[in-house]
Design a protein. Sequence first.
Lengths: 114, 117
Amino acid sequence: QKEVEQDPGPLSVPEGAIVSLNCTYSNSAFQYFMWYRQYSRKGPELLMYTYSSGNKEDGRFTAQVDKSSKYISLFIRDSQPSDSATYLCAMSPILTGGGNKLTFGTGTQLKVEL
Amino acid sequence: GAVVSQHPSRVICKSGTSVKIECRSLDFQATTMFWYRQFPKQSLMLMATSNEGSKATYEQGVEKDKFLINHASLTLSTLTVTSAHPEDSSFYICSAKRVWDREHEQYFGPGTRLTVT
């Protein structure tokens, strides 16, 4: 069983739709949760990170963490064609000054169509 | 700020040859750099962590004699794939962090696509 599971998609939605991207994990040591966006043939860029359970909002993006269910989500409101990319979730245990690595999901490919 | 570049962006080499990939932090000093490999439709897999001036720490299953990492300065790390084989064909991505950045605050390069023929 993979430590982090993520539906690879592809997910196709119309412009303006609300998008829900999800990851589940098995390692209860994970405490930091990140979402990255990766455009084709480019490196990932950090969108959001959260530490505790609950919601965190940044513009059109909302990250949600449910540690009891080991489930995290990224919601994108009013999706735009420019949001078309692969979205990677990543996780890390408590950071102790280096040596803790990020564990990534496989990424969900999103396409927002006009 | 916090821009990371990689060179080359893509490279094709023949089986048995070696290829070097450079990772540079353009506007900050990177005390730690990470090297990842990403196969199609698979997640980023950490290969090794390098700290400036010291030997790299390799993840389990990554051959250190095959993937040579040198982090000679605070702005440059190199990954050399020695005696490359077709199965080494992949997308190699580096990331970098400053001494005060936490693990999630890694700045990723644009990646290098390696094709071994």
